[in-house]
Design a protein around this ligand. Structure first.
Ligand SMILES: [Zn+2]
Ligand SMILES: [Zn+2]
Length: 371
């Protein structure tokens, strides 16, 4: 495949400044490829990047990409196990598949790539520039990792491979959640609902999802359909009392997926049973921890675990769970945007609750670049 017509993209040039930019279509060689982007999911990280809270180079954002392989070199086809025309989800991280970290399965700490080299966070001035999903085509570098999307799964729904993969890793794999466990989930957004569905699928005995305030009302109402036995508004009710009266005891596992909710850590510690596990998952964008007393961790002998990202096995499990259609992910309050700066910026603002136009806050936002 040689250079063809240009590729439409959105480039983030600075905080709040998304700009439409046409880039050259790259020539695909022996060991790389090109993805025709069908859908790119948006999450809280996208908003932090857009708003400048998360430092990012001038480049094409977007790290929850699903698309169809448009062009592929023979070596890449062998390495990735895919063919032109296959629908795939693109892993955020790249893996050299050779270094000590990659060989051990911890490819997110790959010596060649690692956290500074994730799709959606690479500078546009590094050729060929198409490093994110806010585009009609995304470049597949030789060290890419792609996951097959099950047949029949809508690409817009399939973008949930990212938050649901996180739910599986953070809610089940990291804490080792098993049958019968009492689980409390702090944060009722897409990540929290995904954790709820994941722990329910893993056999949790009782699941409580906690939100706070009017902005979370709609999300809390959804929680029972995503596996929760109880949804609690911490602004109105005490989650500890609610859990004890509902489950009969404190939580074996507490998963905190809140963002900018500094009091959540103290809450998480209060919800955990002695000897229980608290998972702090995803970046939270706050530094203070009011109400958190380290001695409570000591008295209760808690395990406090951090969880940053997701890995390929969790992504594959997420795609299978989406295809199984056990939970109504297809019916989530969702808004899509075309590949247009104002539309995407507006969607990001309303997902963060800052649109100020009275519009409802979608739980799932997706860019559909070919509309
Ligand atoms: Zn994301
Ligand atoms: Zn490596």
């Amino acid at each position: 495949v040689t250079a063809g017509p240009g590729c439409a993209t959105l480039v983030l040039e600075g905080p709040g400044r998304l700009v439409a930019r046409e880039m050259a279509r790259p020539t695909v060689g022996d060991d790389d490829g090109l993805l025709r982007v069908e859908a790119c999911g948006l999450c809280g990280t996208d908003h932090e990047q857009f708003a400048g809270i998360l430092p990012a180079p001038v480049g094409v954002p977007g790290h929850e990409t699903v698309g169809v392989i448009e062009a592929l070199g023979p070596a890449a086809a062998r390495r990735w196990g895919v063919a032109v025309g296959d629908r795939v989800a693109l892993e955020v991280f790249q893996s050299c598949r050779r270094c000590a970290a990659c060989t051990a399965g911890d490819y997110r700490r790959c010596e060649r790539h690692g956290i500074g080299d994730m799709y959606g966070f690479i500078a546009a001035d590094r050729a060929p520039g198409l490093w994110g999903g806010y585009a009609r085509y995304q470049y597949l570098a030789p060290d890419s990792m792609v996951l097959g999307v099950p047949a029949g799964l809508d690409p817009v729904i399939a973008t949930l491979f990212n938050p649901l993969g996180a739910g599986i890793r953070w809610g089940v794999q990291v804490p080792g959640t098993g049958p019968g466990d009492v689980v409390a989930v702090l944060g009722p957004g897409i990540r929290g609902l995904s954790v709820s569905a994941a722990v329910r699928s893993a056999g949790a005995g009782y699941v409580m999802v906690v939100g706070k305030g009017a902005g979370d009302t709609e999300r809390l109402a959804l929680a029972p359909r995503f596996g929760a036995d109880l949804a609690v508004d911490a602004a109105a009710d005490d989650p500890v009392k609610a859990l004890v009266s509902g489950a009969g005891r404190l939580a074996d596992v507490v998963v905190d997926v809140t963002a900018r909710a500094p009091e959540a850590l103290g809450q998480a510690v209060a919800l955990a049973r002695p000897g229980g596990t608290v998972v702090l998952a995803g970046t939270r964008g706050s530094d203070g921890t009011p109400g958190f007393h380290p001695d409570h961790v000591v008295y209760k002998e808690l395990r406090l675990l951090g969880a940053l990202g997701v890995d390929a096995p969790a992504y594959a499990a997420a795609l299978d769970l989406l295809a199984a259609d056990t939970f109504p992910f297809a019916e989530l309050p969702r808004r899509t945007a075309p590949l247009e700066p104002a539309a995407v910026g507006g969607l990001l603002e309303s997902m963060a609750g800052g649109a100020g136009d009275g519009s409802t806050r979608p739980v799932h936002g997706v860019i559909v670049p070919w509309t």
